[in-house]
Design a protein around this ligand. Structure first.
Ligand code: FAD
Ligand code: DHB
Length: 391
């Protein structure tokens, strides 16, 4: 099998890259280790930055998002039983975000790819990327019980944090920067209308809580828990009781409870692999970097990477110049580090370590109070949350 761009992974990064390349007249093959149902139902991110929304629309993948997604013009910070609204358009000159789940983005992109794109092979597991530093890179993969080879001009490693493509970069050429956190998020989906019409990020002495949503009738909520927590150890009632405590306010706000349909624990990590390119192999999305989920940046970073990569490959095709491909890693990393900083700051401001001192608490409350009382601090948060520019 032969193609111009071999794409490993059909998460948001791989699927969007295939679509953007298709629009530019560049052929690709997508290899995905899981089956279609699994990829379309894996619960993950829920917030699309303004730039991501614009890219999906321009790629022809915005129709259902515009119909069913919920545009959000603000979010609420909750601390010391107080509520503070951050007005996104007012502070950023008109930007907002969209609540539209990653599962739905993937469903839309898969449907488009199968209708008019190049091959997308499910249950096709990449085993290794070979010859990345030569002219003819190859992806060895297993499909329908047989080992096969995909020969390419370029390989895009979009196979997430646990994929194989990052391993094709020799360790001696890579720099890895990493931080793990002693806590994770217990996330639930519940069949109940959201208790607030915008997201609520809450700092509480008992730990962080987040109120989000998937639709007007489905809530998505998260609780900070110790990193090694087993989701099954929390009963539904315990989860609702804890959410209620951490989200409590001095006014008459109440939490709607309903049947919990899913619960799981997500670990939290910051991770950056530099460079994001080795020869003809380009890493994109979680394959190259991870952020803790507090800033809702993971999916949006993946989108920025593949937009930059598609632009560079198109430029090379149209002009013969590899200038943008050569700049790919540095261009992406600039935005990646901004998102790393933003996600780390939000995580640190809102989560409570088990050994937190009154000094740590004081700093957190001062940071939140600053956002609530200074337009400059509010603007900094709103600009970061609605997204750093791509490219
Ligand atoms: P992925 O979505 O991980 O896609 C990679 C794809 O590659 C997968 O389909 C995988 O099956 C496939 N693959 C892996 N190995 C191979 C192989 N060898 N061969 C072929 N295919 C392979 N972000 C937020 O902003 N908010 C959240 O609430 C949030 N929750 C998350 C929860 C979890 C459990 C995880 C893991 C991530 C979460 N994220 C969240 C991050 C966000 O979902 C990711 O940043 C986003 O999915 C990145 O997209 P991607 O395409 O780079 O990687
Ligand atoms: C969601 C996830 C996030 O990480 C976040 O910061 C906001 C919302 C969500 O899944 O809805």
């Amino acid at each position: 099998m032969r193609t111009t761009v071999g794409i490993i992974g059909a998460g948001p990064a791989g699927l969007l890259l295939a679509r953007l390349l298709h629009d530019a007249g560049i052929d690709s093959v997508v290899l995905e280790s899981r089956d279609r149902v699994y990829v379309e139902h894996r619960q993950r991110a829920g917030i699309l930055e303004q730039g991501t929304v614009d890219v999906l629309r321009a790629a022809g993948a915005g129709e259902r998002m515009d119909r069913e997604g919920l545009r959000h013009d603000g979010m609420e910070l909750r601390f010391a039983r107080r509520r503070h609204r951050v007005d996104f358009p007012g502070l950023t000159g008109g930007r907002s975000v969209m609540v539209y789940a990653q599962t739905e983005v993937c469903k839309d992109l898969i449907a488009l790819q199968l209708k008019e794109g190049g091959p997308l092979l499910f249950e096709a597991e990449a085993l290794a990327v070979e010859g990345a530093d030569g002219d003819r890179p190859r992806v060895r993969f297993r499909h329908q019980g047989r080992e096969e080879v995909l020969e390419c001009d370029y390989v895009a490693g979009c196979d997430g944090f646990w994929g194989v493509s990052r391993a094709a970069v020799p360790a001696s050429l890579a720099r890895v920067s990493e931080r793990t956190y002693p806590f994770g998020w217990l996330g639930i989906l519940a069949e109940v209308p959201p208790s607030h019409d915008e997201l609520v990020y809450a700092r509480h002495d008992r730990g962080f809580a987040l109120l989000s949503m998937r639709s007007p009738s489905v809530s998505r909520l998260y609780l900070q828990v110790p990193a090694d927590t087993d989701a099954a150890a929390w009963s539904d009632e315990e989860i609702w009781d804890e959410l209620e405590r951490r989200l409590e306010t001095d006014d008459d706000w109440t939490l709607n409870r309903g049947p919990i349909t899913q619960k799981s624990v997500t670990p939290m990590r910051s991770y950056v692999h530099e460079p994001m390119r080795h020869g003809r192999l380009f890493l994109a999305g979680d394959a190259a970097h991870i952020v803790p989920p507090t800033g809702a940046k993971g999916l949006n970073l993946a989108v920025g990477d593949v937009v930059t990569l598609a632009r560079a490959l198109t430029h090379e095709k149209e002009t013969g110049s590899a200038e943008l491909l050569d700049a790919y890693s540095a261009t992406c990393l600039r935005r990646v580090w901004q998102a790393e900083r933003f996600s780390y700051d939000m995580t640190t401001m809102l989560h409570r370590a088990s050994d937190a001192t009154s000094f740590d608490d004081g700093l957190q409350l001062a940071a939140l109070d600053r956002i609530a009382s200074s337009r400059a601090a509010g603007t900094d948060l709103a600009e970061g949350y609605t997204g750093f520019p791509i490219g």
